[in-house]
Structures are given as C-alpha cells and as structure tokens.
Design a protein around this ligand. Structure first.
Ligand SMILES: [Zn+2]
Ligand SMILES: [Zn+2]
Length: 129
C-alpha cells in the first residue's frame, strides 16, 4: 500500500468528517438512462451528514425528472389536471436517445417514437424487402 502524503491532521475517529477530503468522486451507472454519472465528494459528504446509507441510483437529470414527475402527480391530484412530462431515456430497440411523456419503470423497455410505432403496428419482425 502506498503511503498518502496528506499533511497529517489527526482526526478524532468518533467525529464525522468535516470536509470532502475523506471522499472521492465516484462513478455510478444511472438506473434511469444507463449513463455513468459522477457522485461527487461534496454530495457524498451531504449523504453522510444526512445518514443516508444508499448512494444515489439516478443521475441528476433523471432525479430531477423523477422529482418533477412526483410533483406533477401531486399537482395532478390537487388540480385534477394532467401535467406533461418529458423523461430522457434510451430506445430499447435502436439505442437512440429519446424522450418519453412518462416515467419508465426499471426493466421495462422504452422505445423511441419511430420504434414504438413500428412495434405497435406489429411490423417489428417483418422487414420489408
Ligand atoms: Zn440518468
Ligand atoms: Zn428506436
């Protein structure tokens, strides 16, 4: 193991870390869009301070989309109106980045507009020669 050359400020092990030096940026794969995103040291410190044990599962855009969707649902409940959402995701068929007007469930394939129409119309397997 290589010695780290930190200027050795001795920290009381009973005390939670005060700064982000104890954390390193981590890369996490988003369960929403399957893109890698950086869980920054600052955010890890925030999680530690909040006693949150589980790292985030979604990147910021997906998290915001989810938060917005939940807010939209709350508004929809309150007003009886449906709000439009746009969630960025990846087409399960052609891998194109697309937006869908709903929040996709994990494990459910989501298609871009073109692929969705093709699949809906039952031409998915019948390539026209
Ligand atoms: Zn994402
Ligand atoms: Zn597609």
């Amino acid at each position: 193991m290589a010695d780290r050359n930190y200027s050795s400020t001795l920290t009381d092990p009973d005390e939670p870390p005060e700064d982000t030096a104890a954390f390193e940026d981590k890369t996490i794969r988003c369960i929403g869009c399957s893109d890698d995103f950086v869980w920054s040291a600052g955010e890890q410190l925030f999680y530690a301070q909040k006693d949150l044990l589980n790292p985030p599962k979604r990147c910021k855009p997906c998290k915001q989309a989810k938060t917005r969707r939940l807010a939209d649902i709350a508004i929809a409940h309150a007003t009886g109106k449906k709000q439009r959402v746009d969630v960025r995701t990846q087409c399960a068929n052609c891998s194109k980045s697309t937006t869908v007007p709903f929040f996709p469930s994990q494990g459910r394939p989501v298609y871009c507009r073109e692929c969705y129409l093709v699949i809906k119309n039952g031409h998915a397997n019948g390539a026209n020669a």
